[in-house]
Ligand binder design. Sequence first.
Ligand code: UGA
Length: 436
Amino acid sequence: MRVAMIGTGYVGLVSGACFADFGHHVTCVDKDAQKIERLERGEIPIFEPGLDDIVARNRAAGRLDFAVDLTQAVREADAVFIAVGTPSRRGDGHADLSYVYAAAREIAEAAEGYTVVVTKSTVPVGTGDEVERVIRETRPDADISVVSNPEFLREGAAIEDFKRPDRIVVGTDEPRAREVMTQLYRPLALNSLPLLFTGRRTSELIKYAGNAFLAVKITFINEIADLCEQVGANVQEVARGIGLDNRIGAKFLHAGPGYGGSCFPKDTLALTRTAQEAGTPLRIVETVVGVNDVRKLAMAKKVMNVLGGDVRGKTAAVLGLTFKPNTDDMRESPALSIIHALMDKGMKIRAYDPEGMEEAKKLLPAGVTYTSGAYEAAEGADCLVIVTEWDAFRALDFERLRKIMAQTVLVDLRNIYRPDEMQALGFTYESVGRGS
Ligand code: UGA
């Protein structure tokens, strides 16, 4: 099959490369000519383990092309995926769909023969209807079906998630579109993968409801962690104890500094707006959005408290800046709020992240000192703060740290270490939800 992928952001590039790896012919299109030039040279603009190999392999096999103009790719395509950005609109939290509709218009102008137009970007309920309206308005004669096919991949595990998903959701009532989508995903469906066909609006809502549910789950365990600290219980054991119940499930019960990233914060907010407008507010999700925002600041307070309250002139070494490991993505990362709050109180920050420092420099105040490694960051610091659980921070040499730090204080916001071990090493240790 021939696929045109409009947008070479996270979802577009990963999906395009993986479809090519299935044996389809894919053209990834992006208006950003520089980005396309870089991709053609084999440079991957995002950090995602394994993506460079898949791109190189499929380029060499002639199955993956890049283009700035979508016309030819769309004309030849059986399926055109819209995978452009849907950022939060300033002011009202709604998803900004202008890129989606602009792409729809251009696709309508270029399409020839029966074409399935697939929205892969995360779009609010009803966007498929509007995409269809835009296309019909632009080209009343076009033979096009508009389908919703949300993506559930996680950054840092994107290739694995794309190739071994729990399910594929396809929203369409059109038998011809169903057939094209079945052919596209046939390499996966052969492994008896659930290919779930639903109505278009249902499919759009599945994506938001899924992300919102996960955000609720994380926020729930984070609040239980706070309670554990107050009543002398251990959140990791609570998580295990409840997670063994299959109805609850063990995943996404790691307490931490609050969720970040390009999806949960944006999608939960957009879903609450949709629900308010529909007259059925989602009070649980609204609360989760607020609780998660406040949590990031509470983590800065944790650091201040362990240092005795007044942190003016003291230094924090922050390990891990990205919103989670194995990505260079800094969007809505808890590290941003934490560092801003600590600097506001007069703290000096020495920071290190294995992949995120270039992005971090664009978002953090100019006064932050960036270092070449964890120990360089710890030099002279009053406190080490682990914000993101990169593997590189899982086996730190505490003897070495003891020699180079001004005070032996560790705030472990990802519960990587054990309180008893840290105590034995003579470190003042704070973590999340481990009151016992
Ligand atoms: C999330 C979803 O997991 C994907 O299924 C979805 O496709 C994607 O959003 C999207 O909508 O595009 P992602 O944002 O890459 O994926 O990252 P996650 O691994 O879900 O982590 C999100 C945040 O939650 C991170 O800040 C992470 O540290 C935090 N988290 C996650 C916890 O604090 N505790 C947990 O137990 C799990």
